[in-house]
Design a protein around this ligand. Structure first.
Ligand code: G3P
Length: 219
């Protein structure tokens, strides 16, 4: 399972890139706003900086709600960086935009996916990936990972080329469950990435190795 970083924070992206385990980045208007990025020009500059750090797909979300606006924004975003995935929401207008952008050869990350049916529609419209929001379904008492598993199973059964990117990942356990469910990609916040690394037995084991080595070396 590939890991993408779900952030617009440049320091986090730099640190994630240094680890050598990150294949792409996803952003959205909320994540951009958290970094003080507002207007389209600011978003473009930030996305270009991200693309200089990460040699993989960078997801950039449209903010229009009508198909014509989304298509225009998507075509513009597609010119910003070498490997853009335009994020389009799972709405009726969104599906029109996905189909139009896919016809142009522009890759689309279909976002705000909360049902298998939305994922089926996206596959037909030409989405490159669909992003089921795991944490937000858990938040309302539903099973977010079950949705990931259901979409993966249906896509496999139907030989669909669209890929599944588990999103709205809230903790390291979600990563394990998304991988077990067969998601080929998960996009994760930076704090989840650091949580994935840590294990107290690794720290204790390393301290013991170093202590034993020093004793044996007469230190
Ligand atoms: O990629 C979508 C994701 O950022 C949403 O996460 O935690 O806001 O539900 P969250």
């Amino acid at each position: 399972m590939q890991l993408f970083l779900d952030t617009a924070n440049i320091d986090e992206i730099r640190q994630g890139a240094e680890l050598g385990v990150i294949s792409g980045v996803t952003t959205n208007p909320s994540l951009a706003a958290q970094e003080g990025i507002g207007a389209a020009a600011g978003y473009r500059a930030a996305v270009q900086e991200i693309a200089d750090i990460i040699d993989g797909p960078i997801s950039v979300e449209v903010v229009s709600t009508d198909a014509a606006g989304m298509i225009a924004e998507g075509r513009d975003i597609a010119e910003w960086i070498p490997n853009p995935w335009v994020k389009i929401p799972s709405t009726a207008e969104g599906f029109k935009a996905i189909a139009a952008l896919a016809r142009d050869g522009i890759r689309v990350n279909q976002t705000l996916v909360f049902s298998v049916n939305q994922a089926l529609l996206g596959a037909n419209a030409g989405s490159t990936v669909v992003s089921p929001f795991v944490g937000r379904l858990d938040d309302i008492g539903q099973d977010g990972i079950a949705l990931v598993a259901d979409i993966v199973a249906v896509y496999q059964k139907q030989n669909v080329a669209t890929q599944v990117m588990a999103a709205s990942i809230r903790g390291p356990r979600h990563c394990v469950l998304a991988a077990q469910a067969g998601a080929p990609i998960s996009t994760i916040p930076y704090n989840v990435l650091t949580q994935m690394i840590k294990h107290p037995l690794t720290d204790a084991g390393l301290a013991r190795f170093l202590q034993d080595w020093q004793q044996a070396s007469g230190g």
